[in-house]
Each structure stands twice: as structure tokens, then as C-alpha cells.
Design a binder for this molecule. Structure first.
Ligand code: BES
Ligand code: MN
Ligand code: ZN
Length: 511
């Protein structure tokens, strides 16, 4: 039961033919608020027949015009006008959203081929190459839906091919490079979405390891999977405790990509929480919305997606991905409140011991082991991704991931990458006071710091395991999946983090 989304690829090409010359079922033309879209005379004539209330270029506004007769200068059957809002407030993310809406509209119309205008002049990061990339991304992301378990349903119409039309003065080579990067990143995000959307009965820790092995085979990565016996031998006390209540044993999954062969090039490490289902364990969660806890693996799956993208883009840097996979269940073999665990020690002088106060605060425990494992490989930095706390969702809602770091440069790089990809992140402080809150009377630390500042005390817990290594933690609890249709993302897993990491790696590769 492998990811099936790529049975429906949208093929994307670049064109330097003017958009109005495209003989296609539909072309997509963008317009700013209160700016009359330009085009050949028959188009302008058609547009004049629309009333003033029908299209003003407002955000989310669309107008479909039918072309009654095809001329060489005005060849498409239809023009879909799409509003971008105020010009001075329009950036690349607004363009993605507009393109996402347009993509869905075209699919609803049952049209399979389209051309999109790739505008330019969208502020600092809005050259036409960047716009073309953003369009490719939005079209691919908007075309994905979790459909592999729905049959007996009429196959929905699919957008099959899109031409992106560049303005005449555009740098065609730069646009080609950008579109390739964005296409690979968006397809990797869709791959991650498909795995993340799979339920707990289908994807357990071993199944996730299966996805990692398959990815390693197809993308020439190194892959190692540690099962229960190996975890026991090596002393992964955290992962074993959290996974102990499940009939589906935990796994530590390690993927390695080498883009630089030269010795002495330390890798970047990315670490992900992959709880394939989080019932809360003995400290069981309320049943309302518990189904959403199949998404508690999204951090780990984002690591899979990012590994796929770096490998496909053959990036010139080394990356190691570490995924802590377990299912958190209540049973006779579960860990319990009051337990004292010993985390993985690695080559550290002493292991960290953890007093368990709540078995539902399991993510930090499995990540503790995974962070120590990652640090043993001498990475130049570590980034972890985790659907770690409900508190982060309370703080930021579904609009941004929480970002916590011990390194200012890393923090800034992640902020910039997120800004570019439209995956928003927002910083929280990591002052000593938060670490005070997780001190235990009977062990080194306890696994909850109370309700106040819950997202940060969870990060303070992780900080205990990273030592001096530059590290950043992304709490993606609010952003990893969406319960509402978004402009370019359907309900379900969003693939949050995959494009952000791919963008980050590209910047580091250039340095
Ligand atoms: N996976 C959850 C966090 C979560 C909750 C993500 C809701 C998205 C939506 C995590 O394992 C958890 O249960 N955290 C607890 C920690 C608490 C017991 C200290 C939480 O946030 O309630
Ligand atoms: Mn939990
Ligand atoms: Zn969890």
C-alpha cells in the first residue's frame, strides 16, 4: 500500500509564448486590485462587458470569461481572471494562494490543460523566476488529495498539464532552475502528506521504516533501522518506554544523504517525532478528535520528505535524518505515570533520567533519545520537527509553527526560509526559568512543566539533550495538518517543514 498520489502527476512546462496566444481550454491571468488586466483588443472588449462588481482584482476573487471566437492573438477558449489584492501588499505567498484557488476551480470545471501567467514585480523575492516557482508549487500542492482509500467514486477531473508563461524580459534559465527546485520540493511535500494521511492501522513504526527503506533504495540513501532488540541493547530507554504499550514495536530510523564526498564535512541533522498514533497512553486522551492523532507522525514524515528532496536535487551537502517512531498506547505493558526512565546515553558521560508525570507527553521522551543519537554523528547543527504540544496550538493557532533555538543564526535562517516558502514560523524564548520548571525531585528532569508556557517547557526538555550543538526545534502541532480547506492545501496533512527544510538546504549549499 504505497503512496499513490504520484499516479496523477501534473506536468509543468515553461513557455515564452505570450499567454493569450495559447490555444488551450483555459489560461489564468492575475490582476491586482483596481488594475484593469491588460491583453489583446478582443480580450479587453470581452472584459468591458463584465460589470464593475464582477471583477476588481480583490483577493480570492475570480472571474471566468469565455472567448467566443479564437484569433491568433487571443486563442484560449477561456480566461480565468484571478485577483491578487492590493499591489503593494502582494508577495509570493499571495500568488501561491491565488494560484491554488485557480487550480481547484479549473479541476472543478473539468479542464485538463491550462496556462498560467507568471507575473513579476512581487517585491524583494518576486522576480518572475520566483513567481514561476511559486506557481509550480501551488499548482502541485493544490492538486493533491488523499484519495487512495476512496473507490466507487467517479474519478475526479485532474489538471494534467500546465504551461507557465514568462514575461518576455524574464531570465528563462533562472526560471527553469527555480521551477525544478519548487517542483521537487512540492512533490516531496505531497509524498509526505500521503504517508502522514495514512491512519494508524496502516502505518505503524515498522511500516514507516518500510517507507524509509524504499526511499533509500530509489534515491540512493543509506538507511538503518533499529528494532526493539537493538534499541534494548543500546539503551534507548525513552523510545522503548513510549513504544512499550503497543503491539507494534518502536523503531529508530536513520537515513543518510552524502552530497559532498570530501572527508571532514559534518552533516546537518534533521530529527523527527513519529508517533504513528498518540492515544496518550495510560494518561489517555479524551476521545473527541483523538482520530487526529494519526498525524502525530508528521515531524518524522517531514524528515522523510526532506531527505527525498535533497537527494532528488542532488544537493551539495550532507544530511542525516533521524526518525523516532513509536505508537503510544495504553496496555498492560505500557509505561506509567511515576516511572523513571533512562534516556539513550550515546557517548555522553551520563544519561539523562526522566520522571514520567504524564504518559501523553511522550514526544519529548522519544526525541530525547533521537537527539542524543543524532549528536553522536557530530552534526554541525540539528533541527527537530515535532507535533509536540497542544500549548503551541493555543499560542499560535494553525497559522505558524513555534520556533525555539539555542543559536541566533540558525533561528534567523529558519525564519527566512519559512518566509520564502509560506511555512510561517514564530520564535519563543528559551530562558533558564523554563528549564527550572522541568526539574524533578527524583530524576534529572520530569516530562511535564505544567500548563503555563507548555510549548516552551517541552522545548526546554529537548534542550537538555543537545549540549552545545547548534539546534532548533519546530513545534508543528498547529501546522502539520489542517481541518479546513486552505487556498492551496486540502484538508489533512500539509507536509509542513518539507519545503522549508529544502529551501534552507539550498541556502546552506550555496554558502
Ligand atoms: N501529540 C501531542 C500534542 C498535540 C496535541 C498536537 C494536540 C496537536 C494537537 C503530544 O504528545 C501531547 O499529547 N502533548 C501534551 C503534553 C502535556 C501532557 C504536557 C499536550 O500538549 O497536551
Ligand atoms: Mn501525547
Ligand atoms: Zn504526541
Amino acid at each position: 500500500m504505497w503512496a499513490a498520489y504520484n499516479l496523477f502527476p501534473v506536468s509543468i512546462s515553461l513557455s515564452n509564448q505570450p499567454i493569450f496566444a495559447q490555444k488551450l481550454p483555459v489560461i489564468v491571468k492575475f490582476a491586482f486590485q483596481n488594475a484593469r488586466p491588460d491583453g489583446p483588443a478582443p480580450f479587453r472588449h470581452l472584459l468591458r462587458r463584465a460589470g464593475p462588481g464582477e471583477f476588481g482584482g480583490r483577493e480570492k476573487q475570480m472571474l471566468l470569461l469565455h472567448n467566443p471566437s479564437s484569433h491568433t492573438g487571443f486563442a484560449p477558449d477561456r480566461v480565468l481572471l484571478v485577483g491578487l489584492g492590493e499591489k503593494n501588499q502582494c508577495g509570493i505567498e499571495k500568488l501561491r494562494r491565488a494560484a491554488g484557488l485557480a487550480t481547484r476551480r479549473i479541476a472543478e470545471l473539468g479542464l485538463e490543460r491550462a496556462a498560467f501567467e507568471a507575473p513579476g514585480g512581487m517585491g524583494a523575492h518576486g522576480k518572475s523566476a520566483d513567481c514561476a516557482g511559486a506557481l509550480a508549487e501551488a499548482i502541485l500542492l493544490a492538486s493533491y488529495r488523499f484519495r487512495q482509500f476512496k473507490h466507487n467514486e467517479q474519478a475526479p477531473a485532474e489538471l494534467k498539464s500546465v504551461a507557465l508563461c514568462l514575461p518576455p524580459d524574464a531570465d528563462h534559465r533562472a526560471a527553469e532552475r527555480e521551477v525544478r527546485h519548487c517542483r521537487v520540493a512540492a512533490e516531496a511535500a505531497n509524498y509526505a502528506r500521503e504517508i502522514s494521511n495514512l491512519p494508524g492501522n496502516v502505518v505503524d513504526p515498522e511500516a514507516l521504516a518500510g517507507y524509509a527503506r524504499k526511499l533509500a533504495r530509489s534515491h540512493k540513501l543509506k538507511c538503518a533501522v533499529y528494532g526493539r532488540a537493538q534499541l534494548q541493547r543500546r539503551g534507548f530507554g525513552g523510545l522503548l518506554a513510549v513504544g512499550g504499550g503497543s503491539a507494534r514495536p518502536p523503531r529508530l530510523i536513520v537515513l543518510e544523504y552524502r552530497g559532498v564526498r570530501a572527508p571532514g564535512k559534518p552533516p546537518v541533522a534533521i530529527v523527527g517525532k513519529a508517533i504513528t498514533f498518540d492515544s496518550g497512553g495510560v494518561s489517555i486522551k479524551p476521545s473527541e478528535k483523538m482520530d487526529e492523532m494519526k498525524f502525530d507522525k508528521c515531524g518524522g514524515v517531514a524528515v522523510l520528505g526532506a531527505m527525498r528532496a535533497v537527494a532528488e536535487l542532488k544537493m551539495r551537502l550532507n544530511v542525516i535524518g533521524v526518525i523516532a517512531a513509536a505508537e503510544n498506547m495504553p496496555s498492560a505493558t505500557s509505561y506509567r505515570p511515576g516511572d523513571i526512565l533512562t534516556s539513550y546515553k550515546g557517548t555522553d558521560k551520563a544519561p539523562v533520567t526522566v520522571e514520567v508525570l504524564n504518559t501523553d507527553a511522550e514526544g519529548r521522551i522519544v526525541l530525547g533519545d533521537a537527539l542524543v543519537y543524532a549528536r553522536q554523528r557530530d552534526p554541525r547543527l540539528i533541527i527537530d520537527l515535532a507535533t509536540l504540544t497542544g500549548a503551541c496550538v493555543i499560542a499560535l493557532g494553525p497559522y505558524a509553527a513555534g520556533l525555539m533555538s539555542n543559536d541566533k543564526d540558525l533561528l534567523r535562517d529558519i525564519e527566512n526560509a519559512g518566509e520564502t516558502t509560506g511555512e510561517r514560523v514564530w520564535p519563543f524564548p528559551l530562558w533558564e526559568e523554563y528549564s527550572e520548571r522541568i526539574k524533578s525531585e527524583v530524576a534529572d528532569i520530569k516530562n511535564t512543566g505544567g500548563r503555563e508556557g507548555g510549548a516552551i517547557t517541552a522545548a526546554a526538555f529537548l534542550k537538555r539533550y543537545v549540549g552545545e550543538t547548534p539546534w532548533a526545534h519546530l513545534d508543528i502541532a498547529g501546522t502539520a495538518w489542517t481541518t479546513q480547506q486552505l487556498p492551496y492545501l486540502a484538508k489533512g496533512a500539509t507536509g509542513f517543514g518539507v519545503r522549508l527544510l529544502t529551501e534552507l538546504f539550498r541556502r546552506w549549499e550555496r554558502q
